[in-house]
Design a protein around this ligand. Sequence first.
Ligand code: HEC
Length: 167
Amino acid sequence: MKYLFGLVLLLLLAAGGVMTSVLVLRWTNNMTATAKIVPGERVFVMPAGTLPRTGGELTPPREARDTAAKRANPVKGTPESIAKGKALFTIYCTACHGQGGKGDGLVSPKFIPPPDITHPSIQKARTDGYLQHVIGTGGAVMPAYGEALSPEERWDLVNYLRSIAQK
Ligand code: HEC
């Protein structure tokens, strides 16, 4: 009787062990371990014969930043474009970058603090094409906005960023 009890206990422990390992295995091998493509990070070529509703400008993939940086800004930095960019900046970017672009948004102390994007190290070093591409495809940690914002809206944002550059 004593041995039977011991045996049953052993079996139960073994079953518990197996179940725990299955749990651990499933916990560590889940979808988060697979390759992740952030929405908007990559824009695929449209199937032949498809007509875009607006524009038709494709966003080069994230890896093609050098090529993207060479694109000229097709949207003139008019007061209207800057105003549109400012409104979009308030909605999408202030949380991290702060209204003035200094990197003092409410989220930044809890996140990786963004750089001061009014600073010459960005304003002088980056082309419009580069900035528009970063906004569309994201930075090292900055989210991608290619899905939320049209290419034109992203050029408006670039025009706004240029307007708040340090003189
Ligand atoms: C979740 C926080 C967050 C949001 C929201 C955010 N950014 Fe950023 N941004 C960052 C961080 C962090 C960096 C610096 C590291 C990196 O490149 O990812 C950065 C970098 C940048 C840079 C400099 C890139 C370079 O390589 O020089 C620009 C320009 C920029 N952001 C513009 C924007 C604009 C415009 C928006 C709104 C559409 C925006 N960001 C929204 C966090 C954010």
